[in-house]
Design a protein around this ligand. Structure first.
Ligand SMILES: [Zn+2]
Length: 372
């Protein structure tokens, strides 16, 4: 049943930039959730797939809230993938070597299927003692531009957030810290000239950008977990022309929330060396870091204890990658991430999940949801 759900979801391709495709996946999950007694609410979107808010379990009236009577818990996932339509033709869903393979299996359709199956098990045993808000976003892979506000609003009313992103590595560690992510673009406008005839009249945007890149590289401080990567450069037109334009795309990662202001100040502080060039700095921090708070550590401790009771060991890890859990953690809501599938190759052609890990991880998820 669980593997069948994974297959169903993987076979509905859902690239972030294709609203109609993502909406087909949203529709399928809405039907699955309704069949499990979930209340379905779609947050309609124009430019991206709709956001899906599912509610399960007992809703306690606020007036009846006694001491120790916890609020709802949030399950957080996304339905979009990085894979374009048609990927299934070359990378079909298949089961082999103890794994399920296919686009979006690990990141994170198996995680979504696990969430639904955990809720199904809790319902069948009448063990769901509290409300679960299951939010599925549609554009996580492109930075969650429209869902962030909804994620934050719903998370504020929850006592904990469980994120269904893949666990870390084949040992399947839960993620208790994530780096924050920023994206910047440097654009330089220079003065074009013939490289042979008028060389001295030119002001090369490429030379200027190269100088800025050296500067930006020096912002990396590995000891505090702050890295700056110039991932893309573009510029110029021909070898014999002094370049009039050049630009660079930069990825920034921070481990500490306080470093957002630090890097922002430095990026905005960049000044041209060649005064005839114009430098424009665009972008900013996108996701705050998920720091390992006491609340998150307590959630992990509980999960590790439950895992031991279920018969397996559970470790924790920090990662440089961001997720929607970064947003909820930054609000101060205890957030535990990596509670989805165990596997390899997210965003790569060998993307796959370990089938033997699906059941125990889903049981652990159900146990975490049923508690409190
Ligand atoms: Zn993901």
């Amino acid at each position: 049943m669980l593997l069948d759900r994974v297959r169903q979801l993987v076979e509905i391709e859902s690239p972030s930039d294709d609203k109609r495709a993502v909406d087909r996946c949203v529709e399928a999950v809405a039907e699955m959730a309704a069949a499990l007694g979930g209340k379905v609410r779609r947050h309609r979107q124009r430019d991206f797939g709709d956001l899906l808010e599912l509610r399960f379990g007992r809703v306690r009236r606020r007036t009846a809230k006694a001491a120790g009577d916890a609020g709802p818990v949030m399950l957080l996932g996304h339905l979009d993938t990085v894979w374009p339509l048609g990927t299934l033709r070359t990378m079909p869903f298949r089961v082999a070597q103890g794994r399920a393979w296919g686009p979006g299996t690990l990141d994170m359709k198996a995680g979504v299927a696990m969430g639904l199956t955990a809720l199904e098990a809790l319902r069948a045993t009448e063990a769901l003692e509290r409300e679960v808000v299951f939010l599925l976003t549609s554009e996580e892979e492109v930075g969650s531009p429209v869902s962030r506000e909804v994620t934050e609003r719903l998370a504020r009313s929850c006592v904990a957030v469980f994120v269904l992103e893949p666990a870390q590595g084949l040992q399947g560690a839960y993620k208790t810290a994530r780096k924050g992510v920023g994206r910047y673009t440097l654009r330089v406008e220079g003065v074009a000239a013939h490289a042979g005839v008028d060389f001295e009249k030119g002001h090369s945007a490429i030379d200027e950008l190269a100088w800025q890149i050296e500067k930006v590289r020096s912002f990396t401080e590995p000891e505090r977990g702050l890295t700056v990567n110039v991932g893309v450069i573009r510029g110029g037109t021909r070898g014999n022309v002094v370049a009039a334009e050049a630009e660079a795309e930069i990825d920034v990662r921070i481990a500490r929330a306080g470093d957002a202001a630090r890097i922002e100040r430095r990026m905005r502080g960049l000044r041209v060396r060649d005064r005839r060039c114009v430098l424009e700095v665009a972008g900013g921090m996108n996701r705050p870091p998920m720091e390992r708070s006491r609340g998150t550590a307590a959630l992990f401790h509980r999960a590790a204890t439950l895992a031991a009771e279920l018969g397996f060991g559970l470790t924790e890890a920090a990662t440089g990658g961001g997720s929607d859990g970064n947003f909820t953690a930054a609000l101060g809501v205890p957030t535990l991430d990596g509670m989805g599938a165990v596997g390899e190759g997210a965003h790569a052609t060998h993307e796959s999940v370990v089938i033997a890990e699906l059941a125990p991880r889903t049981m652990l998820l159900a146990a975490m949801l049923g508690l409190q």
